[in-house]
Each structure stands twice: as C-alpha cells, then as structure tokens.
Design a protein around this ligand. Structure first.
Ligand code: TYC
Length: 107
C-alpha cells in the first residue's frame, strides 16, 4: 500500500513565502577626460566626435568645459563599454604623442 495521498495536508500549516528575486541593475560608469596643458584643443574635439559620436558643437562645448573645469564627461556606459572606450582613447592619444588622460568613474 502506498503512503502517497495528494489530499493529505501534512505541512502543519506552515506557509512558505518565496523571496522576491534580488535583481540589481548593473552599475553605470562615466567616461571622463582630464585637462592638461599640452593636448591641442582640435585633437580633443576630433576625438570626442570620433569616439563619442558628438557633433562639432557638442564636442567643442565639452572640450571647453574640460579646459576650464579640469574634467568633463564624455558619456555613460556599462562597465565593459566604458573600459573599452578608456582603452582606445588612451591608446589613440599615446599614438599621437599627446598626454591626454581618459578614465572612468562609477555613477
Ligand atoms: N588645455 C588644453 C589646451 O589648452 C586643451 C585640452 C582640453 C586638453 C581638454 C585636454 O581633456 C582636455 N591646449
């Protein structure tokens, strides 16, 4: 004879509530450019247009903001994309013998 009875309530009326799934949004990162005294303004403007898809006007505005404030934001991305942007911008600047520094910060 089988013990299995689908109608038997043998949990002593304990209700188990499932935990809500803990899904956190992945963090975002700001890619930033730092000012220096040597990198030409035109180089920075062209770099912002080429790697951050900015218009001439936007790139000029961001470059001037970095020039006057010391730092400026190029864009906000997932960690992988931000790391790649930082890498290619720093490589590109080194290839052109400019000391321009690109970095990233968690939002
Ligand atoms: N300060 C530089 C100059 O006067 C221009 C510059 C702007 C350099 C932005 C870096 O991230 C930078 N030529």
């Amino acid at each position: 004879m089988s013990d299995f009875d689908p109608l038997r309530d043998d949990d002593n009326d304990v209700t188990v509530q499932e935990a809500a799934p803990k899904l956190k949004k992945p963090p975002l990162y700001k890619v930033i450019l730092l000012n220096d005294d040597f990198t030409p303004m035109d180089f920075v403007i062209n770099l912002l247009m080429q790697f951050f898809a900015m218009s001439t006007e936007k790139a000029t505005q961001v470059m001037l903001q970095i020039h006057t404030q010391g730092v400026g934001v190029c864009g906000t991305y997932s960690k992988d994309v931000a790391e790649t942007k930082v890498y290619i911008v720093n490589e590109y600047s080194r290839q052109h013998q400019h000391p321009l520094l690109c970095s990233m910060e968690e939002l």
